[in-house]
Design a protein around this ligand. Structure first.
Ligand SMILES: C[S@@+](CC[C@H](N)C(=O)[O-])C[C@H]1O[C@@H](n2cnc3c(N)ncnc32)[C@H](O)[C@@H]1O
Length: 240
């Protein structure tokens, strides 16, 4: 498990959290799964971006947040339980949807996590992932400025590895756009190497060179920065 300590947690809200308006396609994409009174577990909730988003978009959907890093929990300012994908502090059969946003690449023991997700899910429950997968990275604009960051993709699982590892079957897979920043200039002001798994793989020189390329582009290009992550919906093979 990648450790998110106080430094990462401090940068995360600034560098990685996206304004809710920029996530409107995600609201539409997850709406069929987040139905009133169906309990959602936000697993690896980080600094609470989606706890706040779901609370605003779907006020009738109860959300329980679980997050392993004490510093991320503290930075969220929200009630969150300590736990991780292999140890969820909830009763068996207590949730309808497990939501994991940019978390699955941190989970080292997928079979153990799959058993735990199966335990907490109610019959008919689903796992909904928002993620970058190794074989599907064309929607990430960061590589244009920081090309060496593709090295970090080796640490990301493929869709098949996640599904097979967890023991779940893919039911829905599609790229979903998001407005990551209002402009490249905006991105320059918020980018933080320590807040992003892809950027953390870079040397100081590689990061500095990429930042220069980003600054140069920001000086001449306007318009929103749009990236795509994948939505992957999984169902337990053979039911829970
Ligand atoms: C990139 S952040 C994503 C935070 C949040 N889900 C979001 O989308 O803003 C990854 C989070 O996963 C957490 N994490 C790392 N390993 C985990 C694991 N094995 N189970 C659950 N969460 C984990 C980290 O502590 C961190 O808060």
């Amino acid at each position: 498990m990648t450790r998110y300590d106080a430094v990462e947690a401090g940068s995360y809200r600034l560098a990685r959290e996206i304004a809710l308006e920029g996530l409107s396609s995600w609201r539409d994409a997850v709406a069929p799964h987040l139905l009133p009174e169906r309990v959602v577990l936000d697993l690896g909730a980080g600094t609470g971006l989606f706890v706040r988003a779901f609370g605003s978009w779907f006020p009738d959907v109860p959300v329980i947040a679980v997050e392993p890093s004490a510093d991320m929990r503290a930075a969220s300012g929200l009630p969150m339980l300590a736990g991780d994908a292999c140890s969820v502090p909830l009763d068996a059969g207590s949730v309808d949807v497990v939501w994991m946003s940019t978390v699955i690449h941190h989970v080292r023991d997928l079979p153990a996590a799959g058993a735990e997700l199966r335990r907490v899910l109610r019959p008919g429950g689903v796992v909904v992932l928002r993620s970058l997968f190794r074989e599907r990275h064309s929607g990430i604009g960061l590589f244009r400025f920081f090309p060496e960051a593709v090295r970090a993709l080796t640490g990301f699982p493929t869709v098949g590895e996640v599904a097979d590892g967890l023991g779940f079957a893919a039911e829905r897979l599609e790229p979903v756009p998001q407005v990551t920043a209002l402009s490249l200039a905006d991105k320059v002001s918020t980018v933080r190497q320590e807040a992003d798994t892809l950027l953390r793989s870079l040397s100081a020189q590689e990061f500095a060179a990429g930042l220069e390329r980003l600054r140069a582009a920001a000086a001449v290009e306007s318009g929103p920065v749009v990236d795509h992550l994948d939505l992957l919906v999984l169902k337990p093979v053979g039911g829970v």
